[in-house]
Design a protein around this ligand. Structure first.
Ligand code: ATP
Length: 347
C-alpha cells in the first residue's frame, strides 16, 4: 500500500469553492477505510488574478508540482491561463473523458461505457494561426501532427483499454481520406502501436462516421483515441449522449502527473447559492483515486474510487439530486448524502 498522498486542490471561481468543499467532505468520509490523503487548498483563476496579478500564482504552481495529483475546480475568464499553462508546464498530453450511462440519468441508450482519449498538445488547438495579409484578407492555421505525440497518445489509449478491462478495443478516429498527411501520420502511428497490444482489438473510423455512431450505437464503443479538435467535439457529444454534463468527470494526464476536473464551467449565475451539482467534481476525485491506484500500484485507492462512484450514483438513483437534474437538494446536502453512504463521518 502506498500513500499518504499529497493532493493539490485548486478551488477555482464561481461555484468552484462550493463544489470543492463537497469533494473535501466526500474524501474526508472515506476515513480510515480509504487511502491517507493530505489536501492543500490553492488559488488560481479570476480571484487569484485580481488578488495577486497572476491567474496561476507561482506558489500555486509550485504546490501543484510538489503534489502527487491535482484536483482543479472550474475557473472563470482566466481558464486558458490556468488550464493551458498547467497542461503545458506539466506535459499533461492526454485528455481523458469517460462517458457512462446510468438508469437514473437521461442517457440516449443503455450500456454506454466508453472513454475518449484526446491528444492534448498539438493539432489546430496549438494556436499556430497567422494573418495572411494582402488585399484579399485571409488567415491561416497550422495543423502540426507529430509521430512522437501520436504514438504516445496511442500507447495511453491502449493502456487505458487494458486498465478498463472491458471490451478491450481501441478505435482510432481521424479523417485521413482528406487530411492525408497529418491524419495519415496519426492513423499510421496508432496502427503501429496497435501491433504492440495484440490482446486489444483495433479499428479505425472517420470522424463524421464516429459522430453519427455515437448517436446510433454509442454502447458499441470502448476507447476512442483521436486528435485534439475532433476529441474536443466528440467528448462533449459522448457526455451528452450518456446523460449530460451533470456527472461527467475529466482528466489531463501525463507520464508522471495528472489533473482532474469537472467538465462544466464556473457557472457564475448560480455561484454562492448552494445550487451547484458537485457530482461531476466528486467523480473527478474518484477518477483521481483510480489513477493513483494504477500509477502507484495501490489497490486501496481503486477500492475507494469504486466506493465513491457507487455512493454518488446510489444517491442519485434514490432521488437525492440537485436542481439541475430535477432534484431539490443543495450542494452540501448532496455531498453529505454521498459521504453518509461511505460509512465514515463527514468532515
Ligand atoms: P464555461 O464558459 O467555462 O464553460 P459556464 O459556467 O458558462 O462555463 P457551462 O459549464 O457550460 O458554462 O454551464 C452552463 C450553465 O449550466 C451554467 O451557467 C449553469 O447554470 C449550469 N451549470 C453548469 N455546471 C453546473 C453544475 N455543476 N451544477 C448546476 N448547474 C450547472
Amino acid at each position: 500500500m502506498g500513500g499518504p498522498y499529497g493532493i493539490s486542490l485548486i478551488t477555482g471561481d464561481g461555484i468552484g469553492p462550493e463544489i470543492s468543499e463537497a469533494v473535501l467532505a466526500v474524501l474526508g468520509a472515506l476515513g480510515g477505510r480509504g487511502p491517507a490523503l493530505s489536501v492543500e487548498r490553492l488559488e488560481a483563476g479570476d480571484g487569484a488574478l485580481e488578488r495577486t496579478g497572476s491567474a496561476l500564482p507561482r506558489g500555486t504552481l509550485e504546490a501543484v508540482r510538489r503534489s502527487d495529483a491535482c484536483l482543479k475546480a472550474p475557473v472563470g475568464e482566466s481558464a486558458a491561463d490556468v488550464v493551458v499553462a498547467l497542461r503545458r508546464k506539466l506535459d499533461l498530453y492526454a485528455s481523458v473523458r469517460p462517458a457512462r450511462s446510468y438508469p437514473h440519468m437521461p442517457a440516449l441508450r443503455d450500456g454506454i461505457d466508453m472513454v475518449i482519449v484526446r491528444e492534448n498538445t498539438e493539432d489546430l488547438y496549438a494556436g499556430n494561426e497567422f494573418e495572411a495579409g494582402g488585399a484579399r484578407r485571409a488567415a491561416v492555421a497550422l495543423r502540426i501532427i507529430t509521430e512522437r505525440a501520436s504514438e504516445r497518445i496511442a500507447r495511453y489509449a491502449f493502456g487505458e483499454a487494458r486498465r478498463r478491462g472491458g471490451k478491450m478495443r481501441v478505435t482510432c478516429v481521424h479523417k485521413a481520406n482528406v487530411m492525408r498527411l497529418t491524419d495519415g501520420l496519426f492513423a499510421g502511428a496508432c496502427a503501429a502501436v496497435a501491433a504492440e497490444y495484440p490482446d486489444v482489438a483495433f479499428d479505425q473510423m472517420y470522424v463524421d462516421a464516429c459522430a453519427m455512431n455515437l448517436v446510433r450505437r454509442p454502447e458499441s464503443f470502448d476507447v476512442i483515441v483521436t486528435t485534439n479538435l475532433f476529441g474536443d467535439i466528440l467528448s462533449d457529444e459522448s457526455s451528452q449522449v450518456a446523460g449530460g454534463l451533470g456527472a461527467a468527470p475529466a482528466a489531463n494526464v501525463g507520464d508522471r502527473f495528472a489533473m482532474f476536473e469537472p467538465v462544466h464551467g464556473a457557472a457564475f449565475d448560480i455561484a454562492g447559492r448552494q445550487e451547484a451539482n458537485p457530482a461531476s467534481f466528486i467523480l473527478s476525485a474518484a477518477m483521481m483515486l483510480r489513477w493513483l491506484s494504477h500509477s502507484r500500484g495501490d489497490a486501496e485507492c481503486a477500492a475507494a474510487a469504486g466506493r465513491i462512484e457507487r455512493a454518488v450514483h446510489g444517491a442519485m438513483a434514490d432521488g437525492i439530486k440537485t436542481a439541475d437534474v430535477g432534484g431539490d437538494r443543495s450542494t452540501s446536502e448532496f455531498a453529505e448524502a454521498v459521504a453518509g453512504r461511505l460509512g465514515g463521518a463527514p468532515v
